[in-house]
Design a binder for this molecule. Structure first.
Ligand SMILES: [Zn+2]
Length: 355
């Protein structure tokens, strides 16, 4: 059964209260009918889907009242800063937040793409999955403008059987080595995520940010004695996973200028995901039937590009449209924490009196 269509239509047979309430209720912002009685304020908002949706935005978002739209910034305001885009699988970053990663790198960040699984479940065979996704991770990193790609090669879909502290330690080492300031990670508090790797990786990244910091001097002190410096990870972009998700969103990033780069990063994912060579496969399939789809153009590269942009990325266009943007990605953003010690010192300096 199509779960989404089932949820958006009135219940079969009609529940008296629900039906009556629906008559009193205007349609939701996105035109769906709602049986929510008027005494309730919605706690989550339906994320509208493209007609061609491949399910890359979650069913629901909850929006924070201080939501910020992050737009293009001129020049290189992030020069000297380092970001790590961390993913369980080779398509997590490319599908859900590649536009923002590309934007920040273009605005001056040095970027690294870090994949934690070996993606063995995503190939013609287990062995093929490992090899193809290793290539894809590297190629996607290049398309995003990353300086380097890393892979930890934990077994795909079995990461909840790995030692959490080992994963965390490896991340702390890399964050210190690369002097990471900003991370991208999948929200480990995403409700209803079925994939065990996502939750494990999200939690490990989150803890590693804190433990790699200057305040974590007693965490793996041998790393510091060997010459590594603490990492100042002060910004975190948590992205949602779809379609089951329900996430808190306080930042919407305008990726309109970077959508083509996001498309190319997803074409680089040949081993898995809805993008890769799907366009050329459809073009060839139609040709076997003596047909062609004008939208897919006259060659394989154009077919791949147009397929990914018009089908796979279309949910991000529909999502952005709500905010007056061409294409957008959504995040729970955690920024630098203010220094309470500085504030107290300032208060002490202003108010201290002679003994
Ligand atoms: Zn994944």
């Amino acid at each position: 059964m199509d779960r989404r269509r089932f949820m958006s239509r009135p219940l079969a047979g009609g529940i008296a209260l629900g039906s009556a309430a629906a008559l009193q209720q205007p349609p939701t912002a996105y035109g769906q009918s709602s049986d929510l009685p008027s005494k309730f304020t919605p706690g989550a908002y339906t994320v509208p889907k493209s007609e061609n949706s491949v399910g890359l935005t979650p069913d629901y978002f909850t929006y924070a009242e201080d939501l910020v739209i992050e737009r293009n910034r001129p020049g290189k305001p992030h020069q000297g800063k380092v970001l790590a885009a961390v993913q369980a699988h080779s398509d997590d970053i490319t599908l859900f937040c590649a536009g923002t990663v590309a934007k920040l790198i273009d605005e001056g960040y040095t970027g690294y793409l870090i994949r934690l699984s070996n993606d063995e479940k995503a190939g013609k065979t287990v062995g093929h999955g490992v090899v193809q996704n290793e290539i894809d991770n590297r190629e996607a990193a290049k398309e995003l403008g990353c300086k380097k790609a890393f892979s930890f090669y934990y077994r795909n879909h079995r990461m909840d059987d790995c030692a959490a502290i080992e994963i965390r330690q490896r991340l702390i080492f890399l964050f210190r080595l690369l002097q990471v300031n900003t991370v991208f990670l999948m929200d480990p508090y995403d409700h209803y995520d079925e994939n065990p790797d996502h939750l494990v990786v999200g939690r490990a990244v989150e803890a590693a940010c804190w433990m790699a910091s200057p305040g974590g001097g007693r965490e793996y002190p041998e790393q510091l004695k060997a010459g590594l410096k603490p990492a100042n990870v002060r910004e975190k972009y948590y992205h949602a996973r779809a379609p089951q998700g329900h996430n808190l969103v306080n930042r919407v990033v305008d990726i309109s200028s970077y959508i083509d780069q996001k498309v190319r990063a997803n074409i680089a994912n040949k081993g898995k995901g809805p993008a890769g060579d799907a366009g050329l496969r459809l073009r060839r399939e139609l040709a076997m039937q003596g047909k062609r789809l004008p939208m897919l153009g006259n060659d394989d590269d154009t077919a791949n590009f147009q397929y990914v942009k018009n089908f796979v990325m279309d949910d991000f266009r529909v999502f952005g449209h709500q905010f007056g943007l061409g294409y957008a990605e959504a995040f729970r953003y955690v920024g630098p924490e203010p220094s309470f010690q500085g504030r107290i010192r300032k208060y002490a300096d202003a108010n201290a009196v002679p003994l």
